[in-house]
Write a protein that binds this ligand. Structure first.
Ligand code: G4P
Ligand code: NA
Ligand code: NA
Length: 194
């Protein structure tokens, strides 16, 4: 997605050879117009997949997921990282290991919002090692719902998440795929194709 790649170039910053900072439009401040176009792009990619629900994880997955839900006309459910006081029974949970934080956390979704006949599109802002995405997959797999695929805003192609999901047979659509962050500069994969 050309507009997204341009935004990453102009407003993103390379923190290290493995971390891209995008708090100016995705992780802290949010650019609604860009997010709307991101949602449109996901809706186009999955328009023939019979998606009935979008599942994401708080917090940064919510904005792109809501925009995709708007254009696909389906509800959006976000997995919680902390147990809510009012959300106590009938939770579906998965344990997610964060390589960045070197800790495991339980994520959960209320069973009430995942139906066995749902076709789920899983959306997230980043795909790095894939632990969050795999946690969401585990949650959906604990029901009889099916998974249409994964919609990712920024995939770091040099980390393992994309390969892990594709090897499991899932369709993964990433709107920008980063090949490298070496020497302080962002290099995209297949920039001419999208
Ligand atoms: P993984 O899920 O792919 O295994 O990633 P990891 O544990 O390494 O990442 C933990 C958090 O860091 C996630 O957000 C993930 O989206 C984010 N992240 C991973 N790589 C990058 C990167 O290069 N740049 C930025 N900006 N974020 C990255 P989170 O902690 O769940 O936070 P949030 O969703 O509340 O923002
Ligand atoms: Na995220
Ligand atoms: Na994040």
């Amino acid at each position: 997605m050309e507009q997204l790649r341009k935004k990453i170039k102009t407003d993103g910053s390379v923190l290290s050879s493995s971390i891209l900072k995008v708090d100016a439009f995705l992780n802290h401040q949010i650019d609604p117009q860009l997010m709307n176009n991101i949602g449109l792009e996901f809706a186009k990619e999955f328009s023939e997949s019979g998606v009935t629900k979008i599942v994401t994880i708080e917090s940064s997955g919510i904005a792109p997921a809501v925009m995709a839900g708007l254009h696909l006309h389906v509800p959006v459910v976000f997995a919680r990282k902390q147990k809510s006081l009012t959300l106590v029974n009938d939770l579906i949970t998965a344990s997610v290991y964060s390589f960045t934080k070197k800790e495991s956390n339980e994520i959960s979704v209320s069973r009430k919002f995942l139906n066995d006949n749902d076709t789920v599109l899983i959306i997230d802002d980043f795909l790095a090692n894939g632990q969050a995405a795999l946690g969401l997959e585990e949650i959906v797999s604990k029901t009889k719902a099916s998974i249409a695929g994964f919609g990712i805003v920024i995939e770091k192609g040099f980390q393992d998440g994309g390969r892990l999901l594709r090897e499991k047979g899932y369709r993964v659509e990433s709107l920008a795929v980063i090949h490298s962050l070496e020497n302080g500069s962002v290099e995209f994969e297949n920039a001419e194709e999208r």
